[in-house]
Design a protein around this ligand. Structure first.
Ligand SMILES: [Zn+2]
Length: 91
């Protein structure tokens, strides 16, 4: 039985996680990555998590807009898709 790392998306053996990493779902290898890298993954996950919801509250829409603007991890093409969808969402 392994443990899932939310940064690299791989399931790894439990010993690949530190105690804290276990709780945070970050393997030892990914824990060494710069904080910006980890933030990028988190922000991207958050954005796509919102996009999967059929209803997004206005509070979350504000958060989404800010995340997308700040995020460096989202490729231009994905950003344009996002803004297409955001038109539909009536931002
Ligand atoms: Zn990892």
């Amino acid at each position: 039985m392994g443990h899932w790392c939310r940064i690299c998306g791989e399931t790894k053996a439990n010993e690949k996680f530190s105690g804290k990493g276990h709780k945070n779902h970050i393997c030892k290898q990914c824990a060494l990555k710069p904080k910006e890298k980890i933030d990028e993954v988190d922000q991207t996950d958050e954005i796509f998590g919102f996009l999967k919801q059929s209803h997004i509250s206005s509070k979350n829409i504000g958060r989404l807009k800010r995340l997308v603007q700040e995020s460096r991890s989202i490729q231009t093409i994905e950003k344009s898709d996002f803004f297409k969808k955001s038109d539909f969402l009536d931002f």
